[in-house]
Design a protein around this ligand. Structure first.
Ligand code: PLP
Length: 400
């Protein structure tokens, strides 16, 4: 059996999305900005897709939804543009990010720091959650930007972005949230708490890879990083990825319709997996269930190296992860496990299972069985398991 439980890294394209995209490769390929009949084959579909994207996040017509290649690009753009506009000009001198942001935010923040900007890194609590009050401790009227993700890619932990956006506004700072792990998993309404910037990608909710969006609130326009065209109001030049945008529109529409299914049925399967795996002794989960997205489980099995576990699971045909996909080639400890202060031996044992609406009960039963066997086998040959510290000494408490 082959089981794909790495949906926080990327997802399968929904066959209905694929069908919607297909005509826009060979049959209908005109540049939607051209002034001829070929363009009129693509322009209307582009418009419909954009309307769907605006509708699902409830973006007001006054705001911008700019189509991008991915969330990495959008996150880079937000931070670098703020640097150019606010920091380099001397208006402000500080930005705030969380310690557990994706590298597309963290590495960009470090780059900006190396250019002379002050950067504060908000810690997480023992549940892997960034608390809004911690923002009050570091924010000043010289803070240009606060960038905190909506849902964490490793644990699924949902962060209090509404409260943080409010605090940022009190200090005249812009607020950005990386919502790539939130869209399709929890309701999104940008008119609810009015972030200045919100970024997400189609490939995380059964759309195609290579297409994403950046929502910008009216009045918070960024400096274009790509000049040379009039696409997207000149804010993002370059010929538009019509099949990709059409696919993203369709994927968003389906994801919005499937939201209840995701939050109820997918959660049931995730909980079934979690309950069964927590029966294994010396097993830990960081974030409580009601504080995370319905599809995600980050679980640590004491004495079992994450990479060894992945190897066993992979041999059984199961795809999971030890960290974000981009970091999985190195053997560093899981970022969140490090951030919550888990001892080194446990930080290397975390495995992330991330489900989707295509995951079946049969697949979960098979995964439970294979994981239990893998833990037993790996612990029987693990010298660290026999000597590993127990309970609170490891910085984590069992959440049975
Ligand atoms: N931000 C988070 C929280 C992610 O999980 C990811 C991908 O794993 C990204 C950003 C990068 O997204 P993309 O691959 O679309 O650049």
């Amino acid at each position: 059996m082959r089981v794909y439980l790495d949906n926080n890294a990327t997802t399968m394209v929904d066959p209905d999305v694929m069908r919607e995209m297909e005509p826009f490769f060979v049959e209908k390929y005109g540049n939607p900005n051209s002034l001829h009949a070929f363009a009129s084959q693509t322009h209307p579909a582009l418009k419909v897709a954009m309307e769907k994207i605006y509708a699902v996040i409830n973006a007001p017509k006054s705001g911008w939804v700019l189509m991008r290649t991915c969330t990495t690009e959008s996150n880079n753009w937000v931070l670098k543009s703020i640097y150019l506009e606010e920091i380099l000009t001397g208006k402000k001198n500080h930005i705030v990010v969380s310690e557990v942001e994706h590298p597309s935010v963290l590495a960009t923040a470090k780059y900006i720091e190396s250019m002379g900007c002050k950067v504060s890194y908000l810690p997480v609590n023992s549940e892997g959650i960034v608390e809004a009050e911690r923002l009050r401790e570091v924010i000043t009227d010289k803070t240009a930007l606060v960038s905190v993700m909506w849902a964490n890619n490793e644990t699924g932990a949902i962060f209090p972005v509404e409260e943080m956006a409010q605090i940022a506004a009190e200090y005249g700072a812009k607020f950005h949230t990386d919502a790539v792990q939130a869209v399709g998993k929890i309701p999104i309404d940008v008119q609810d708490f009015e972030p200045d910037y919100l970024t997400f990608s189609a490939h995380k909710f059964h759309g195609p890879k290579g297409v994403g969006a950046l929502y910008i609130k009216k009045g918070s326009e960024l400096t274009p990083l790509l000049h040379g065209g009039s696409q997207m109001g000149g804010l993002r030049s370059g010929t538009l990825n019509v099949p990709g945008i059409v696919g993203m529109g369709k994927a968003m529409e389906i994801a919005a319709d499937a939201l209840d299914f995701e939050m109820v049925e997918v959660k049931e399967l995730r909980d079934m997996l979690e309950d069964a795996l927590l029966e294994i002794p010396d097993t830990f989960v960081v974030t409580p269930r009601n504080k995370r997205t319905a599809n995600t489980l980050l679980i640590a099995f004491r004495g079992v190296e994450g990479e060894a576990m992945l190897w066993d699971l992979n041999r059984a045909g199961i795809a999971a992860s030890t960290g974000s996909a981009c970091a999985s080639e190195d053997l560093e400890a899981n970022t969140v496990m490090e951030a919550i202060g888990a001892a080194e031996d446990l930080a290397h044992t975390a495995i992330r299972f991330s489900l989707s609406r295509f995951t079946t009960e049969e697949e979960i039963e098979y995964t439970i069985d294979a994981t239990k066997k893998a833990v037993e086998r790996l612990r029987s040959i693990s010298s660290s398991y026999a000597y590993a510290p127990k309970g609170h000494e490891s910085g984590l408490e069992a959440r049975h």
